[in-house]
Design a binder for this molecule. Structure first.
Ligand code: ADP
Length: 427
């Protein structure tokens, strides 16, 4: 995006993208960021709660209406953004209002939150002032901006930044504001907290963010973004963002209504594999996703399917987030027709393009009970993509039958038995 401002990212942690060092939530969230290379469309309505309910509610349908600086407007169009996304329609006028307004916004990954606050940051910055004016804290600064990491090492205590935008993890930004005094917090006019839900899942980040917030001037604009809005996020948001406007974009509901669900009885994993081959032999499958409980089973299954001549992609937990993103991209492009995966990495994949989902192992929680949410997420469709799909659950024990029954009960939907020697009914 065209701008005179510089962005500097700081972090003293090792810039590592190894999934092992990230908690699951963080890895998932980063993966989501990496694979969302275009907007997620949503037909759901935005819910807006204004701090002053009597003031008119502004929303914009074009970027022109925002009266951005010429360079920024050009930058937006150069990025290929034709019109504001659903969340941007309401969030941008609030973020760009005079006097500045505080905002808490929640919407799922890929709906344009980052683009919105970057635009707000850039339009608030005065490039002729050579000091930090905007501070964004995000759990991922070490990953996304690691190429700037070296800069950090050359900054001495007491040195003053010329850069106008500072992005960092809470601990580092706090150090720069207090211990090292590289940033004067009193001169910060916009403070952004991104990925609040992921952030508060990491020990210490919550307190550090609050300590930074307390050093900022009263009139500093506070913006907080989150993909989810459970109670803990909400409590945190209310502590760091005084008098907020609130924007929420509901997630598109997933449903099992358009899915044909079956189960197959087998005695062990070899029989499950045979059943899977029978299904492949009987019906035309454009693309399928197969879920296994462990990496080991996933690896074994991928190898067996490859021996059978399938072009298989394997996605599993020991891979770096970058490797996962690459595999998902290739699968999306149709380079592989079968994706074998464990649970860890399945969330970022838009299942609507997949016509068949096989639960080689049923999803269960750590106590061995049915994980209904994961089941819905694996095979459910949003109303918009109402294409019909097929889901097959492989049952090889009393325990897995139990899980299947729990799932049936939870969703109040019967799952029929499939005879893999006679597959006419599913075509
Ligand atoms: P989020 O922060 O909610 O995950 P992003 O801001 O990263 O979403 O946007 C997701 C993707 O959509 C990015 O690739 C971004 O460049 C693109 N994008 C954002 N806003 C627009 C827009 N108004 N028009 C087209 N694409 C957009």
């Amino acid at each position: 995006m065209a701008t005179d401002s510089w962005a500097l990212a700081v972090d003293k942690q090792e810039a590592t993208t190894d999934s092992v060092s990230l908690n699951d939530k963080a890895a998932q969230s980063l993966l989501n960021k990496m694979i969302h290379t275009s907007l997620v469309n949503t037909t759901n309505q935005v819910e807006v709660l204004q701090r002053d309910p009597n003031s008119p509610l502004y929303s914009v349908k074009t970027f022109e209406e925002l009266r951005l600086k010429d360079k920024l407007l050009k930058g937006v169009y150069d990025m290929g953004f034709n019109r504001p996304s659903k969340i941007q329609e309401n969030a941008l006028p609030m973020m760009l209002a005079e006097p500045p307004q505080n905002l808490i916004a929640q919407s799922q990954s890929g709906t344009g939150k980052t683009a919105a606050f970057v635009l707000a940051m850039l339009s608030h910055v005065d490039p002729t002032n050579k000091w930090a004016q905007v501070s964004g804290i995000s759990i991922f600064s070490n990953l996304m901006f690691c190429k700037y990491k070296m800069l950090m090492k050359t900054v001495d205590r007491g040195a003053k930044l010329q850069e106008q935008i500072v992005i960092g993890t809470p601990g580092t930004v706090l150090d720069w504001c207090s211990k090292l005094k590289i940033i004067n917090p009193k001169k910060i006019s916009v403070f952004v907290l991104d990925e609040a839900d992921v952030m508060i899942a990491t020990q210490g980040h919550q307190d550090q963010s609050i300590r930074i917030q307390r050093m900022l001037p009263k009139e500093c604009q506070m913006l907080l973004f989150s993909a989810t809005f459970e109670d803990s996020v909400w409590k945190f948001a209310e502590r760091v963002v005084p008098d907020p406007n609130i924007i929420k974009l509901k997630r598109e509901e997933e449903t099992l209504d358009t899915i044909k669900q079956y189960y197959v009885l087998c005695s062990d994993k070899e029989e499950k594999f045979t059943a899977l081959c029978n299904i492949y032999g009987a019906i035309t499958i454009a693309q399928a996703m197969i879920f296994c409980h462990t990496r080991r089973t996933a690896g074994w299954l991928a190898a067996e399917l490859t021996k059978e001549g399938h072009v298989v992609a394997l996605l599993s937990g020991e891979m770096t987030v970058e490797q996962r993103a690459t595999i998902i991209e290739r699968f999306r492009e149709g380079k592989e027709k079968v994706l074998v995966t464990t649970n860890v990495c399945s969330r970022g994949i838009d299942v609507e393009q997949v016509s068949v989902v096989i639960n080689f192992d049923l999803p269960m929680d750590k106590d061995g009970n049915a994980d209904n949410e994961t089941y819905l997420h694996r095979i459910g469709r949003t109303g918009r993509f109402g294409k019909r799909g097929l889901a097959v659950n492989m049952i090889d024990s009393k325990h897995s039958m139990n899980i299947l029954n729990q799932i049936e009960e939870h969703f109040n939907k019967k799952i029929n038995k499939l005879d893999t020697d006679d597959l006419d009914e599913i075509e």
